[in-house]
Design a protein around this ligand. Structure first.
Ligand SMILES: Nc1ncnc2c1ncn2[C@@H]1O[C@H](COP(=O)(O)OP(=O)(O)OP(=O)(O)O)[C@@H](O)[C@H]1O
Ligand SMILES: [Mg+2]
Length: 276
């Protein structure tokens, strides 16, 4: 299980992620939602190790990994979609995916030292390229791909690592209408496997509603709601914090009955944690 305990980062005077405590259970897809600038991407960066926390902890299966670099966390099965900067732009789509497959299969070896590798690796890479619907672009240079195809390549490379925890940050942002279902189908398939921990930052509420087993709402760096989708979407705190007081759809706003959702209206009222 992945957990964060009062995870916090400050940029100067600005607290971008503010004492966020969450648990992510295997077999569960958690959508992380919140307005622009809420701290969602920064939270991912803290979990994956791209950023160093000011305070708080990240735990994976009970092990404190807060001090570990991103590479060590990847090795432990924490999978963050590759950023474009991590692709090899002058290699083809297939070669990029093949390197990702190899880095998974040959633990501890450098990518390039296993360049001439066996058929199985190539077959797996081809399979992944097909799965993200890039089969007809397998030989194109990564650098030459349009934005939507690059995002699909990132997903293929993430899947090549076979992580236990998948972190998707707006995976369909900027994609064409044809590409969106490809990526959503892959996330659905991962979810159907039942053993993966999936974190999904997503602005499209219809996608959240369909895929999420749980919703965490960040607002001003704080976790303001955490619970079942229907409850969170209906909760007053979300209506105000995220949806600006408006109903999520053309349905009447829910009344003020207390929903069974963990809301954290004022973090400052909470007692300091013991770290035992
Ligand atoms: N490296 C940084 N230095 C200073 N401030 C930063 C840095 N990274 C993020 N921030 C700030 O932290 C806050 C949270 O940003 P973040 O990108 O995590 O938001 P987000 O929820 O992902 O937003 P969006 O939905 O637009 O992607 C913002 O105010 C942002 O300007
Ligand atoms: Mg973001």
């Amino acid at each position: 299980m992945l957990e964060t305990e009062r995870l916090t980062i400050r940029f100067g005077g600005h607290v971008a992620v503010d004492a966020v405590s969450c648990r992510f259970v295997p077999g569960t897809l958690t959508a992380i939602v919140g307005p622009n600038g809420a701290g969602k991407t920064t939270y991912f960066n803290l979990v994956s190790g791209q950023l160093k926390a000011t305070s708080g902890r990240v735990l994976l299966d009970g092990v404190d990994i807060t001090a570990e670099p991103a590479s060590a966390r990847t090795h432990r099965g924490l999978g963050r979609a590759f950023q474009l900067t991590q692709l090899f732009p002058q290699l083809s789509v297939l070669e990029n995916v093949r390197l990702a497959v190899q880095s998974r299969r040959r633990e501890g070896l450098r990518l390039w030292s296993v360049w001439l590798d066996q058929r199985a690796t190539l077959e797996r890479a081809r399979e992944l390229v097909e799965q993200v619907a890039l089969g007809d672009r397998a030989d194109a240079l990564a650098a030459s791909l349009p934005h939507g195809d690059q995002r699909k390549l990132e997903v293929a490379m993430l899947m090549a690592l076979e992580p236990s925890v998948y972190m998707f940050d707006e995976p369909t942002a900027g994609m064409s209408v044809d590409d969106v279902p490809v990526v959503l189908d892959l996330i659905r398939a991962l979810k159907a496997r039942g053993d993966k921990t999936i974190l999904l930052v997503e602005h499209k509420m219809d996608v959240v509603r369909e895929l999420a087993d749980r919703i965490v709402v960040l607002h001003n760096g704080q976790c303001v709601a955490d619970g079942r989708p229907a409850d969170v979407i209906a909760s007053a705190v979300v209506q105000q914090a995220y949806l600006g007081g408006a109903a999520p759809e053309a349905t009447p706003s829910p009344r003020y009955e207390e929903p069974p959702v963990r809301t954290i209206p004022a973090v400052r009222e909470r007692r300091p944690h013991d770290h035992g």
